[in-house]
Each structure stands twice: as C-alpha cells, then as structure tokens.
Design a protein around this ligand. Structure first.
Ligand code: GLU
Length: 334
C-alpha cells in the first residue's frame, strides 16, 4: 500500500475549521431530536482535535442530509481512539467506529491488548478511509533529532484508549525499549499536548494520525517543535513481519516550517462495525459516502489518498459487512 502524507493543506485548513464548528454543534444535539421515525446510529471516533472526529462528523453529516428519505440519523461519539472504539463495538455502545487496522486485526484475533477478552469474530469492515502515520513530534530544546534519541526522554504516549499509544508500545517492544528506559510516559490527549510540549513539561509527543492535521500543525508552528523520522531496524522488521504496517513519508512542506520529507511507519484507518448492525444501515452509510465520493474526499486532504478501489480492499482486517458488499457489488467495486 503506497501513499505519502501531505498536499492540499491550506485550502483544507479553512474548510476544516468551519466544518468542525458545524460538526460539533450538530453532533451535540440531544438524542431525542432523532424523532420517533428515525433510527439512530453512532460512530465512535477520537479526540476532538484528531482527524477521526472530523471524519466521523463528515460521514454523519452526509447521512443526516438524507435522513428523511432513509430514516437513519447519525451521531458521532468522542473517545480516546481505536482501543476505546473496538471496546465500544464489542459492548454495543457504538454502531460504527473508526479504528487503526493493526488494532482491528488484533481485536478480530484476540491478540495483544485483546488477549484477555478473546477473539471477536463478529467484527466487520465497511471501508478504509485513509492512511495514518506513527508520528513523533519533539520539542525545540529536547535534543531529539533521531528516533533512537527518544530513550531517556519524557514522552507523551497518548490516552490509554488510543490506538496511537498501543501502537507505540508495540514499536517500543520491537526496538527493545522498556517503560523503565523513560523518566516519564504520559497519557495526555491531543488537546493538552501543545501546552505541555511548548512549556517543556514533556520532550516529545507520539501520535498515530493522518496528515495534515491541526494538532501537529499547532505544535510545529507555535514553539518550533520538529517532526522526527521514524526509522531503523526495529521499524523495518515490523513492516516485514506484520501485514498491516507499511513504510511511508510525510511529504516536505506538508506543514509550515517543515522542509524535508519525514519517513514514518504507516497503517490504514478504517470504518468498521459488527455483523449485528443492520445491512440496510450499513448500505445507506456506504451509499451516503460513495454516491458522491469526490465530495467526501474534498472535505480533508487525507480523505483523497485512497482511490475507491483501495478503500474497498486496503488494510481491511475483517470481512466486509454484507450491507457494504451489496453496495460495492452494485457499483462494480467488488
Ligand atoms: N489513530 C488514533 C487512535 O486510534 C486516532 C487519530 C485521530 O483521532 O485522528 O487513537
């Protein structure tokens, strides 16, 4: 799966900030506003400053635009990220979720974090949305210029329910680092990282996120933080061993103050659900996105990275839901 991160940033930034305000206000309408004749679906996303929240809001807005025709109303849920989202699907507290392909894979098989609860064979894929990158942002005075320099530093790993934190733990294991090698591994969410990094309370912040995004842009522009290349034998080994990881780059000039391309460890982020979700709801959601795919892809530069053919095949860690399959077959995409 080849893709690079970046491009088309500035126009998106203005659109994103306006759309974000709309999504936040729409998503926080009371549930009873769905009305007696509408069925309610939810998409578990991530922190408000991440791209999952924006993607979930964009998908919901497209469904809600036709809610009086299909009778489905969509709400986004703010969460800590992929791990929280996969748990929400298992307990039935979300209908859909946006998740990293590595943790979707592990949840299906009951591996790693999901070993105590066992495999969840009811998980289904809907479509891949975009690629995400394990991203390291280092503070100006941190002395970190290479990935290996993270050892001995105060590193923010992200909240406990985030896929980013869980993926960084896998990476640390692969490169032979232990928690004791770090004076602090904090769990701030993206909205609190900027102050902590700029005020020197932490040396680096880890995200697994699509680019460009406002959280990273804020860090790079407000206090001279830098993107650090994620590379080395441990990273190459992970790409060789695990089918859901691939090597990619954040293109030069994706952000102001970032001239060079930066190598990263990448994976796909997908919209997922369970076999318990009604095929009609899944079909209508897919239709709301794919009937006007260029319109959806225009909402954020990352949404345009995958072609339609890639969205229905790449990085999907579970079988396609029957409602999605029906739509893709009708359109000749399967
Ligand atoms: N990939 C991150 C996670 O699963 C979320 C990124 C985002 O919110 O855009 O925790």
């Amino acid at each position: 799966m080849g893709t690079t991160f970046g491009g088309r940033f500035r126009r998106w930034r203005t659109t994103a900030l306006c759309s974000f305000a709309l999504i936040v206000s729409f998503a926080s309408l009371p549930v009873r506003a769905a009305g007696p004749d509408l069925s309610l679906i939810s998409i578990a996303t991530g922190n408000r400053s991440g791209v999952y929240y924006f993607a979930g809001g964009t998908i919901c807005a497209r469904i809600n635009a036709h809610r009086w025709q299909h009778g489905i109303r969509c709400l986004t849920q703010e969460t800590g990220g992929s791990i929280d989202n996969l748990r929400a699907l298992r307990t039935g507290s979300a209908t859909f979720a946006i998740v990293q392909s590595d943790w979707h894979h592990n949840a299906v098989l009951g591996d790693e974090r999901f070993e105590p609860v066992g495999p969840d064979r009811s998980l289904r894929s809907v479509f891949a949305i975009y690629a995400e990158a394990l991203t390291v942002v280092a503070g100006r005075e941190s002395g970190i210029v290479r990935f290996a320099d993270l050892v001995g530093k105060r590193v923010n790993m992200g909240p406990p329910g985030s896929g980013g934190r869980a993926t960084m733990e896998v990476v640390m294991d692969a490169v032979g680092w232990e928690a004791g090698d770090f004076p602090a591994l904090s769990s701030l969410d993206a909205s609190d990282v900027s102050d902590a990094l700029c005020e020197g309370e932490i040396d680096a912040a880890i995200f697994t996120i699509a680019h460009p995004n406002l959280a990273v842009e804020d860090l790079l522009t407000s206090c001279g933080a830098q993107l650090i290349p994620v590379e080395g034998p441990g990273i190459t080994g992970l790409v060789a061993e695990r089918p859901y990881y691939f090597a990619s780059t954040i293109s030069g000039s994706t952000y102001p103050n970032q001239r060079d391309s930066v190598p990263v460890l990448a994976l796909a982020a997908s919209l997922v659900t369970t076999a318990r979700t009604s095929p009609t709801e899944v079909y209508e959601l897919v239709k709301a996105v794919f009937d006007d795919l260029p319109g959806f892809q225009d909402a954020h530069p990352a949404f345009g990275e995958f072609t339609a053919a890639q969205m229905v095949t790449q990085g999907l860690s579970a079988p396609l839901h029957s409602g999605a399959l029906r739509y893709f077959k009708e359109k000749g995409l399967q």
